[in-house]
Design a protein around this ligand. Sequence first.
Ligand code: IMP
Ligand code: MG
Length: 180
Amino acid sequence: MESPLVQVNGLDFKLYIDQTTLQDRVQELGAAIRAKHPKEPPIFIGILNGAAIFMADLVRASQIPCELTFTRLSSYQGLASSGEVDILLPIKEDLTGRVVIVVEDIIDTGRTLSFFIPQLQALGPKRIEIATLLHKPAATQYPIPIDYLGFSIPNDFVIGYGLDFDGKGRELPAIYQKVD
Ligand code: IMP
Ligand code: MG
């Protein structure tokens, strides 16, 4: 069971979305994906590391034949003011004519996906859909069309269920919010 308060890297976080609420929502998103893709098996692309845990639950919740792969992107916020994002782990699969579902843990400013989606488009998929567990609308700098959204949250830092604070906290089964 989750505890109401956890400490990660010396900071306090409080329970924000409990495990049951989280899992129920993931089931609903899986059902929405299933309803939209009755025939054509999509390929899910998870963005490492944060989306790994959500992705694992989401593909099982979707209960459809599908393929999955992962990519890893690195953003250099603060270092490169140009807002460059590196592809550290490129996609090897042939996406030509495929329905692709990109899976993110959280869309914050939207910068990462605003860079990645055109790169993906260049690989020739038939359609690109976006699934994200969390979205911070107040932080938006680059609007991203979201097809499957878990929860909209305020502009506060959160961890758990794949999301980290300096590499820690991903294993927590629920979402925790930083205590001010
Ligand atoms: P964006 O490019 O600004 O949309 O940021 C997306 C990435 O920033 C996410 O994939 C996360 O890795 C990270 N991120 C943004 N907000 C949070 C947060 O509250 N907790 C943990 N990671 C975050
Ligand atoms: Mg991420």
